[in-house]
Structures are given as structure tokens and as C-alpha cells.
Design a protein around this ligand. Structure first.
Ligand code: ZN
Length: 440
């Protein structure tokens, strides 16, 4: 339609100009909030981080040789999310950054080059390889959740976090699909169970032994076996069940999914975490979604730990909600207000988008920035989707999500710029250094 020339035309032009101006301003504001402030991101990238939860691969034995696997990239099971899969183009960026991979694709032929390049770097770095990977990702300290530290994983940069789940299985259990037997062996339960009082004492002495060997925390992945609702239980009730199982001796091993085994575990969990606190070990608990097609998500809700973290007799124990309880991240705000409860970002830095994670961070950082710990949950899946690549990717996207959250908070007037810089340092390193008393 033609616009008539004259007064009306000027009005229309003015309207058009002001509409254009508004949309330019609106889109500038939107883009400022959708992308991290470049200066803030650059300064966050220089902060040497502490990775609160990881499962690093030890260095390769120098004498060992590795043949190129037929498919070094591998294929993923259906429950792997998009970012974990072999189709994620970010793996290519990691190989380029870490091993000098020259290609920009992951064709079957080229991934063999990525594997060879990675092997060359591993051989060249020798036992320094795991520490060199930390350098590339900008990580100073990493907490390694594993039965023991491996070759090249040495203090002060690599700190040990042993699994404690085995303590909750004092008796061999029926052979279920998720058999906790390896977890039992890790805590030394390879002999016939002792009388009740001796069992409780053996837990305390092993925790002190771990602390003396350099452990900074213990870790429970118990949500893979049962719900996190550890009820308050009288010792006499737990002891009765224990004594009955002890008398049954070599009879059919008990099923840990029964009410009695649960009651026994409810008591033992509180005993283990109380003794861990006394020994100076923090307690890591897997919270929120877990891997695999049969993980019980509802039982991993960190709110189920409410009565544990409110138990006055456990006030000496520090709890870390590993993986920040996602998708129950809003509930986490209510838990981290308690003086002895922290949450980490491990796995969230890898499995969620930067934008999505920044929303959780805004929620948490507004309320309790001193309780949030950076983490990766890096582990090895296949030869080219390993701990190294995951560490590099999760650290990069964790920094970006943090920078984005802080940029949005500055824009919203929730935080000043100097305070944002301070909070970034707290999340990436200072909170963890204070909590675990880490010294170089
Ligand atoms: Zn993990």
C-alpha cells in the first residue's frame, strides 16, 4: 500500500524510526544477555580451577603399547544424551586443542589420526600426562573418585576420594543385576563379618586410615542401589537385624532391597557419615539423575537427605551434593543454606547446555555463592571420548555458563561487576580450597 505524502507520512516515518530504534536496543539487550560478557569470560578463563568430582584415567604404563582400535570413537547406547554421543562435533575441537588433530571432521579414516595423535602425546608426556591434561584445561587440583589413585595421579594436584558404599553392605547380597560386591571389596569387606561393635569400630578405623593416606572426602553412589531416604533408626533395631544375618551365616545371602536390609543401611549410613566428619573427611553423595536405563531418579532427590543434614549428631560432617541434584536443582537452594551442605556442578557442566546451566547458577549464586563448587565428572567412555576430552569440554562450558550467569546478573542489577569477578573465583576454586584445605 502506498503511504500518502504529507503530515501522515512524517508520523509514519517517526513511528517506523522509533520502532526500529526500540528493536535495535531490544536485540542489543537480548544479545548481551544471551552471550557472556567477553571481558568477564576472558578473566574467568584465567582462573585455575578445582575440579570437585572426576574419575581420571591414570597415565599409561610406559612399556605398554596400544593398537589402534577398529572404532576408536565407538557408538553410544540409546540412553546417552546428545552431548555424550559420538556425533557431538565438540570432540573434534577437543582433539584439535589437546593433540593437534589437523582435521575438522570425524570421518572413520580421520579418527584414526586422532587416536595416533593422542597416543603420541601420551607417550611423550609419560607419567606427567594426567597433570598435563589438567594444565590444558586450566585446572590446578582435581578430586579423583576411584578406589585408588593411579600412575601419574600424585598429590598435591590429584586428591583421593574413595567410594564408601561398601560400608552399607556388611553382608554379601543376593546376586542382583547391580551387585555391590566390588564396592564391598574396596572397603575391605572380603572376610566373614565380625560382631556388631567390631564392625562399627572397623568402619571408623578404615576412615581414619584413608584420611591418613591423603583422602579428602568419601563418596556415596548409593542412589544407584536404593533411595536416599536414610531414616533415623535406633541402634538396637539395626543390631538385631545384623545379628540375625550373622547367625544365618552361610544361608542364602540377603536381598538388599528388603525392609530389614534398608533399616540396617539407614543406621550404617549415619554411622559412616558421622565418623567421616570426625576423621576430617567430607561426604560426597551422588544426587539427581544417574546413568543407565534403570536408575531410580525419584530416589535420588537431594530433599530425601533433609533429615540427615538436619541431624544434630552429624553437624561435624560436611555434605557435598554431587551433580547439584539436577533436575531437583531448585530444592538444592533450600539445602545449601545449611552450614554443612555444598553442591557441585559436576556432570551438569557436561550434560547440560551452557544456557540451561546458567539458569541454575543464577538461582544458586544469588543466594549462596560460597556453597557452589565447580566440577566435571569426567570419565572415560571410549578411546577418543575419554577423561581428557570430557575434562577439557566440561571445563570450557562450565566457565562459559558461569560467565553467562554472572553477565545476566550484572545486567539485572543483582550483582556488581567486581563482586561477579569475586564470585567466579569462589565457584571455580576458592570455595573448594577452603572446604578441603587444599595447599599446593
Ligand atoms: Zn562421577
Amino acid at each position: 500500500m502506498l503511504v500518502p505524502f504529507g503530515r501522515g507520512h512524517r508520523r509514519t516515518t517517526l513511528r517506523l524510526v522509533s520502532w526500529l530504534l526500540c528493536s535495535v536496543i531490544a536485540s542489543a539487550v537480548a544479545s548481551a544477555q544471551d552471550r557472556p560478557d567477553p571481558e568477564l569470560l576472558a578473566s574467568i578463563t584465567t582462573i585455575r580451577a578445582v575440579d570437585d568430582h572426576s574419575h581420571p584415567l591414570p597415565a599409561r604404563n610406559p612399556g605398554a603399547t596400544a593398537a589402534i582400535p577398529a572404532d576408536p570413537l565407538g557408538t553410544s547406547p540409546p540412553f546417552f544424551s546428545v552431548r555424550q554421543r559420538e556425533t557431538n562435533p565438540e570432540w573434534i575441537e577437543a582433539w584439535r586443542a589437546l593433540y593437534g588433530y589437523p582435521h575438522r571432521d570425524a570421518s572413520a579414516e580421520h579418527v584414526r589420526d586422532a587416536f595416533s595423535a593422542k597416543q603420541r602425546v601420551m607417550l611423550e608426556k609419560g607419567t606427567n600426562y594426567p597433570a598435563w591434561i589438567l594444565d590444558q584445561a586450566g585446572i590446578e587440583f582435581v578430586l579423583v573418585n576411584a578406589p585408588r589413585l593411579g600412575l601419574g595421579q600424585t598429590e598435591p594436584r590429584f586428591r583421593w576420594v574413595p567410594y564408601a558404599d561398601g560400608f552399607l553392605f556388611p553382608f554379601p547380597v543376593a546376586d542382583l543385576p547391580l551387585n555391590p560386591q566390588p564396592r564391598r571389596v574396596e572397603v575391605g569387606l572380603d572376610k566373614a563379618p565380625p560382631p556388631w561393635a567390631d564392625y562399627l569400630a572397623s568402619v571408623s578405623s578404615r576412615l581414619r586410615q584413608w584420611k591418613a593416606s591423603g583422602a579428602v572426602a568419601i563418596k556415596f553412589t548409593i542412589a544407584y542401589y536404593r533411595s536416599l531416604d536414610f531414616a533415623r533408626t535406633a541402634e538396637a533395631d539395626a543390631k538385631n537385624i545384623y545379628d540375625r544375618y550373622l547367625q544365618d551365616g552361610a544361608a542364602q545371602p540377603p536381598d538388599y532391597r528388603t525392609t530389614d536390609y534398608k533399616t540396617l543401611q539407614d543406621f550404617l549410613f549415619r554411622h559412616v557419615v558421622r565418623e567421616a566428619g570426625r576423621a576430617g573427611l567430607a561426604v560426597h553423595v551422588h544426587t539427581g539423575e544417574g546413568g543407565g536405563p534403570v536408575f531410580g531418579v525419584a530416589g535420588s532427590n537431594p530433599l530425601l537427605l533433609d533429615s540427615v543434614v538436619n541431624d544434630f549428631s552429624l553437624s561435624q560432617t560436611t555434605f557435598v551434593l554431587v551433580h547439584g541434584g539436577f533436575p531437583f536443582d531448585r530444592a538444592v537452594v533450600a539445602l545449601i543454606q545449611k552450614p554443612n551442605v555444598y553442591a557441585d556442578l559436576s556432570a551438569q557442566t557436561f550434560f547440560r547446555s551452557r544456557h540451561d546451566l546458567s539458569e541454575t547458577l543464577r538461582l544458586w549464586l544469588w543466594a549462596f555463592p560460597e556453597k557452589i563448587l565447580f566440577g566435571t565428572d569426567a570419565f572415560t567412555n571410549t578411546a577418543l571420548r575419554g577423561w581428557e576430552e570430557m575434562t577439557w569440554l566440561a571445563t570450557r562450558s562450565g566457565r562459559e555458563a558461569l560467565a553467562l550467569a554472572l553477565t545476566q546478573m550484572i545486567a539485572a542489577g543483582d550483582m556488581t561487576r567486581p563482586r561477579a569477578a569475586e564470585v567466579a573465583r569462589m565457584v571455580l576454586r576458592d570455595n573448594a580450597i577452603r572446604l578441603y584445605k587444599l595447599t599446593p
